[in-house]
Design a protein around this ligand. Structure first.
Ligand SMILES: Nc1nc2c(ncn2[C@@H]2O[C@H](COP(=O)(O)OP(=O)(O)OP(=O)(O)O)[C@@H](O)[C@H]2O)c(=O)[nH]1
Length: 375
């Protein structure tokens, strides 16, 4: 996932950029078509070779851009869309195209604005203004050049075209900065929204933890345990078994009576800490209620499960609760196995009966009820 997602993002970015390039190339094709319409209607200022050169330049420049996109070289640039470069090349080519026309020049003037439209959503306001200025000075220079060489047929019309173009470009530059400001605001809102979502997700996680956890011991509570165990049972494949044990701390009432309720709490916490140290990550231990706990060991058999419960019993017997002097800590456990198609309530009852036997048998021991579990 982590290795493929940047590649996927890159591929979708490239396909988007190629689509945009296709739009630009289509616009070039239309403008060239108009040039040739002008040519066939004798509206060229010079010979056909100028129109041919213009067409060739357009084709070559577009092929160069296509090559950049197809090879992925565009991704090495700060702006992989190469918008500024494409717009500047487009404006220069358009000026060259207009130079081929005389009276029809005004008709195609609006394509300066069309070319700059490609930068409205992509270019920063400063860069956009620079491109607009380039468009204006290109066209103004063309007129000045022709005026200097006495080739300007209608200077008044040329002046009007320059003024019209400058008004359109100023308006478009203002529009572009408005669009950019809007995009910036939307981006900030999206970030803020994402931050809110993250906070909410964190709070949800905290709530889920709170709902699933026993406050005193930090273990899962009974409700969460039952949910987990049922989920495990649903996904249990054929032939596999889980271990289920009810664990009860012995003579806990006496601990409370002799040492106080706070000491009893400390003993419960000590058991949780000892059990955590004894168990593996996938094992599930929960406080079932009071001084009773339930253990769920995935994928085990009778021998392994007994070894695990015995290890836990011995470890608790050696535990020393911090700040409390309690001797003879012990626990009793009732064990059973639970297999595919087994009922969780029935398995809990089997474990409870085994626990009862362990208590009756003198406590500080693990008794089993393998029968009925297919063990
Ligand atoms: N300190 C403390 N005591 C609790 C808590 N929950 C239940 N208890 C006490 O645990 C004691 C359980 O006592 P019993 O059910 O008689 O069991 P026991 O004394 O451990 O005797 P056996 O189970 O037969 O060995 C009761 O006194 C409860 O008040 C708790 O959260 N903290």
């Amino acid at each position: 996932m982590s290795t493929s997602s940047p590649r996927v993002t890159k591929r979708s970015l490239q396909s988007l950029l190629l689509k945009r390039f296709g739009m630009a190339a289509g616009t070039y094709a239309l403008v060239l078509l108009l040039l040739w319409v002008a040519a066939f209607n004798d509206l060229l200022s010079g010979s056909l070779s100028g129109a041919l050169a213009c067409s060739a330049l357009v084709v070559v420049s577009q092929l160069a851009f296509l090559l950049l996109f197809r090879s992925g070289l565009n991704l090495r640039f700060r702006d992989p869309s190469l918008t500024e470069a494409q717009v500047l090349v487009g404006l220069a080519l358009h000026t060259f195209l207009l130079a081929q026309l005389d009276s029809a020049r005004g008709t195609l003037l609006l394509f300066y604005v069309v070319i700059l439209m490609f930068g409205v959503f992509q270019l920063r306001p400063g860069v956009f203004a620079r491109c607009a200025a380039f468009a204006f000075f290109s066209f103004a220079s063309l007129n000045l050049w022709e005026g200097y060489h006495m080739r300007l047929a209608e200077p008044g019309l040329a002046l009007l075209q320059n003024c019209t173009l400058s008004v359109a470009l100023i308006w478009q530059s203002l529009f572009a900065s408005y669009v950019q400001a809007l995009r910036q605001r939307m981006r900030q809102r999206r970030y803020a929204l994402q931050a809110h979502q993250d906070t909410l997700r964190g709070m949800m996680r905290q709530l889920e933890d709170l709902v699933a956890t026993d406050e005193l011991t930090g273990l899962f509570n009974r409700r969460h345990f039952l949910r987990l165990a049922l989920r495990e049972l649903e996904t249990l494949g054929g032939g596999r078994q889980h271990g289920l044990a009810l664990i009860d701390l012995d003579h806990f009432k006496r601990i409370n009576d002799v040492h106080g309720h706070a000491a009893g709490d400390r003993v419960l916490q000590t058991f949780a800490a000892v059990a955590r140290a004894c168990l593996r990550d996938g094992d599930v231990l929960a406080r079932y209620g009071g001084e009773e706990f339930v253990l769920f060991l995935p994928n085990t058999d009778a021998d392994q499960f007994t070894t695990c419960c015995e290890r836990l019993r011995e470890a608790f017997a050696c535990a020393e609760p911090v700040g409390v002097q309690v001797d003879n800590l012990s626990l009793s456990a009732g064990m059973t196995l639970i297999g595919e198609g087994d009922d969780l309530d029935e398995a809990l009852q089997r474990a409870d009966q085994a626990l009862y036997r362990a208590k009756r048998g003198g406590r500080n021991r693990c008794d089993a009820a393998w029968e009925g579990a297919g063990a």
